[in-house]
Design a protein around this ligand. Structure first.
Ligand code: SIN
Length: 288
């Protein structure tokens, strides 16, 4: 096997990890190199992996406890750790998984009391040249703010709610608001997080204002809160803080929800099948 090599993908987000076969057990020194690269780049890309569900789940477990996704109808029956993400339909016309998942800037589980730590998304069927995924660094976005803005945000909390996705993306998501589990979860309670947090491992500070699930800052007047939210949604996705991933089949992406937001680009339709498996690792409540 080649030695492990890390190749940077952009100024703020992402690196490719060369020389690793994730179907094989990883020795601790290799895993430590992966962990260090993940902390440095927030997103790692492993190309040409031939992962069975058990390989995918076993690698995810190295990062912590697996989180079972709230949308139970979209879990793989034999492996509920895996969320099926696909626009494919079964012969009865039903989708095989969650179609057009994540078509908005967000971090996974931002609406949970303990938001998701890591997400591992494995591409199985990819429409060539379509369905890229974008990432933006919430560390870089925080660090680029002026000191008075940092001071303001460091003193605020921010409310998050799963249902907000249906308010801000009403037309586009209408088709998907179907399952009982989903409508149950879309009535989920509001969760209050600090508006900025310290990454528990890197100690870098980052925004924790989800562009999609955040509903406002309870300490501010409604007009102030709306204006700040609109500014931050725009600010966090400035081109300099982003990386756009062009998928190849058999890519495994590992990203850190504590330092990134991401968005799936839906520039494809039902005539262009896209099929991915996602495993998510549980996190801790964000801390200032
Ligand atoms: C997600 O938000 O997990 C989906 C990303 C993608 O399918 O590109």
């Amino acid at each position: 096997m080649r030695d492990i090599e890390i190749e940077r993908l952009s100024g703020t987000v992402g690196a490719v990890v060369h020389g690793v076969d994730l179907t094989k057990p990883l020795v601790n020194s290799t895993f430590d190199t992966i962990l260090e690269a993940w902390h440095d780049h927030s997103l790692l890309v492993f190309r040409d992996q031939n992962l069975e569900p058990n390989d995918h789940i076993a690698f995810a477990r190295r990062f912590g406890e697996i989180e079972i996704h709230v949308l139970k109808a979209n879990l793989m029956p034999e492996h509920p750790e895996i969320l099926l993400s696909s626009n494919r339909k079964k012969p009865d016309g039903k989708r095989i998984g969650r179609a057009y998942n994540g078509e908005y800037w967000h971090s996974d589980g931002a609406y949970l009391p303990a938001p998701s730590k890591a997400s591992l998304l494995y591409g199985i069927e990819i429409p060539v040249g379509y369905g890229d995924t974008m990432f933006a660094s919430t560390n870089a976005a925080y660090e680029a703010l002026s000191q008075p803005y940092k001071n303001l945000l460091d003193g605020l909390t921010c409310a998050h709610e799963f249902h907000q996705v249906y308010r801000t993306n009403k037309d586009r998501l209408a088709e998907f608001k179907v399952s009982a589990e989903e409508s149950e979860y879309t009535n989920s309670p509001i969760t209050i997080h600090p508006a900025t947090h310290t990454h528990p491992e890197t100690k870098r500070r980052a925004l924790f204002v989800d562009p999609n699930f955040a509903t406002g800052f309870p300490e501010l007047e409604p007009g102030e809160s709306d204006a700040l939210l609109a500014f931050l949604r725009n600010h966090v996705t400035r081109p300099a803080f982003t990386y756009r991933h062009r998928w190849q089949p058999n890519d495994l992406l590992l990203w850190d929800n504590r330092s990134l937001v991401h968005a799936a680009i839906v520039d494809y339709d039902d005539t262009m099948p896209r099929y991915l498996h996602r495993v998510t690792v549980a996190g801790q409540p964000p801390q200032r």
